[in-house]
Structure formats: structure tokens, C-alpha cells
Write a protein that binds this ligand. Sequence first.
Ligand code: KIV
Ligand code: ZN
Length: 512
Amino acid sequence: MKEKVYIFDTTLRDGEQSPGASMNTAEKVRIATQLEKLGVDAIEAGFPASSEGDFEGVAEVAKKVVNSEVVALARASDHDIDRAWKAVSHAARPKIHVFLATSDIHMQYKLNMSREEVLKSAVDAVKYACSLTDNVEFSAEDGSRSDPDFLCRVFEAVIDAGARVVNLPDTVGYAVPAEFGDLVAYVMKKTPNIDKAILSVHCHNDLGLATANTMAAIENGARQAEVTINGIGERAGNTSLEEVVMAINTRPTSFPVTTGIETTRIYRVSRLVSMITGIMIQPNKAIVGANAFAHEAGIHQHGVLQNPMTYEIMKPETIGLTSNRLVMGKHSGKHALRDHLKNIGYDLSEEELKQVFKKFKELADKKRVVLDEDLEALVNERVLRTADIYSLTYLHVTAGTTVMPTATVKMLIDGSEAVCTGSGNGPIDATFDAISRLTETRSSLLRFSVNALTGGTDAQGEVTVRLKEDDFIALGRGADPDIITASAYAYVNGLNRLEYLKNNPPRKAESL
Ligand code: KIV
Ligand code: ZN
């Protein structure tokens, strides 16, 4: 029987550290629910000591998830470990993840601690965490740049103290595959009690090598991979779940191991994470990018038609991409919509379905056929989006070759309706002017991008904005067949996210 590689997903913790990607509690719970269905072994839901928002997010995920472990991150201190345990203790399968840096550069300049002090703190912290639960992981932060013998000493000591998993992170994305694979092999050989624990790896993508490093680690004995959906994460991101899982699935002789991942759910979860965080997936992204299975060149198309395996190394269906995505039109009924939504992963309540159905009919009036991507955008943005302060109720824009663009906007602000007009050098500028006057917000627009959700001139436009106010950065997303309306939705979504961030300041990178 093949050995299992455990999939530890940190989309909600390390992934959330992507600039602008912070998620509210309800969004975290929605993603966690889908991760559980995807079959991940562990869901790292946050870092409870870093902020109230993180604490609440972990606690709510812990209440909801039963099949996957729910993990809370903690520095090597009693205070952090207590917060982590308080947030996660009611989970069906709770886990505490303690970390402390082991590289000379981190110990000297960040921690101001000697090797012996770090060793003792790591052991004390793991012992304390183990007094609360027997499910404890220890991470040697900046492990890839640590002295290998010291790393092995620390791992040996924390395993003796009760850690079930020891994790070797390439925190700064500096490692290269052959060297990282060798380091994993060294740790497997030189840590005397490594058979009592699982060796995990956690790679960052600064050199674009996170997946390659993770695969090299698996070849050399690592049996847990820490990953995020779409590879989101700090700076250039983390190893992406879909790449590791599909490499294992597609190359079983090179990687004779298994995972518990239900691959047909990959595409769906990838879209959900992109939709919630506002982080677009680059078109050429492996596995889940829009072009990953598109064969443009004539010679490729011919070959694929004769036999898909000429150019396709994976079947699109394996990740849940079906070719019969043409779904519904304006005559489709509520039951058909419910069944179809269930098929693509949305099990809605009667009330939610009622709302979706109404919006679906409006969309189907504007657009001949409604595709899965349209439905996803509609469900995620108009129905499941949680309690917003601002919502757009009306937009009227005048623009053209000879008139000054103006916009009239009506919004609900904390439940009360207000109206305002604005002007600008184009219809979107005018709309944004009206919205910012009405909400009396003073964010600046760092980025604005438009994308077509599907093909055809009646496609919905998908707009992403990046807003900044003081130290806070938020992404906003909106979709509609009218790109000015989509832009207004995106802007309002960004403002709601900024409000959320101001009330729930995110963890700072330096707290890690
Ligand atoms: O990159 C890193 O070292 C981390 C640890 C907290 C595991 O995210
Ligand atoms: Zn990390």
C-alpha cells in the first residue's frame, strides 16, 4: 500500500497574509467547509493571539469542521498557546501549531536568543501545548537556512516533548530542490526519533520553486505538505495545493504516495478562494488557470481531438472542469437551479435559494445563457456576501462623446438610504466619485482591472479594485454584464472590506 502524504492547508492563515486578502469570519467558514469536502487533512484557520478577528475566525471554523483537523498557530509562549487552545479546543479534531525560528540569523537578530535558549523554549512550549492536547506540531521557522545539526537536535527534543509533527519551513523561499531534498533526507537520517513523528515541509515561492521544493521533500521522506489554494500567501505565496496533489496523481511512479484529496473539487475551491479574496488567478497558472487546459495552436487541437493524451497530461474532469458547462437560461426553474447549484458545490438554504433565483432571473434577462462562472459570481457576491455596511441600490450614469460624465448613486449605509451625484473624466470615475462622496470615505484606488468572466459580448465583466486607506489595503470584486455596474459593486465591496479591516486589524507580518 502506498504511503500517505498529509495535506495541511494554510490558505486561511498563511494565505490570508497575502496583501489585501484578509477574510472575515463567515468567509473563512465558507472556505473551510469546502476545504473539508476537498478532503484536506488539516485546516490551519488562523493565529488566534495575533488579533481578535483571527481568534474568532479560528473559533468559528473549529465549531463547523468535523473531518479535518482544525489548527491554530502560536508562537512559543504560554500566552499564545493559551489563546490558540481557547480558539480551537471545541473542534472535533483540534491541533496546536507552535513555531520558533532556528536559523542563526533569526535567533541573533529577531529573537535575540542563543541556540540553547531556543532549544529550551521550543521544548517548554511543546510540553505546555501537549498538556492541553496530544495533537501538537512544531515548526522550525527559517528551517532551510538553519544549521542542519542544530535543526535535528531541536526536532529530536520536541518529538521527545510530545510533538507529533515537525515542520521544516523554507520561510523566505530561498531553497532549491536538490539542496532542500538533501536537507530533508539528512533530517530523516540524523534525527534519531523521527519515526515517532511526521516530517512536514512548508515552502514559500520567492524563487518560483515552492512546488519543486515540496516535491523534492516528498521524494526524500517528508509526509506532510503545507500548502494553500492557488498558492496564495505572503510575498510570492506558498506551495499550491493543486500543484502538489496533481503532480502526485499524474506522476505516480515518480511520487509513489497518495493523498486524501477529492481532486474533482479542486477547480471549485480554487474559484471560491479567488472570489472571496479578490486575488485573480493568473491565466497561465498550472492546473487552475484559465489557459491550463486550453489548446490554442491548430496542431495541438487536431491532436487533442484525435486522442486527448497527445497533448493533455491530465483530464480537465479530474479537477472538476466539465465541458458541458452551458447551464441555464431564463426559462429554467427553481428546482433545476437548486440541483445545478448543488452539483457545483452550493447547498443553499430555502431563503438563500429564493434570493439567488431572483438574481438569476434578472441576469438571465440580460444574458442569453448563464454559465457556471456567472452563477458562482452571483451566489458569492450577491447572496452569500456577509453583513455589509454599504450596499448599492441604484446607479444611473450619463456619458458619451460630448457630455460630461455624471453618475447618480443610491446606497444603503448602515441600513439608511442616501443618494448623491458625482462627476469625473469617464463613467467609472464619475461613479466612484459619487460613491466616495456618499460614504465619506477617503481611500485611494491603487489598482483597477476588468476581466470577462466568460466568452461572448454578453459576458459578465469582473472588476477587481485595490483600495488603500492609512495602513489598510483591501481588494474588492464585482461582476455584472454592465462593467460600470460591476465597477461600482467592486468599489463598494472594497470599501466594506476596508471597514472590516479597520474594525479587525489584521496580524502584522512582524508578529510572526
Ligand atoms: O513560513 C513560515 O515559516 C511559517 C511558519 C509559521 C510555519 O509560516
Ligand atoms: Zn509560511
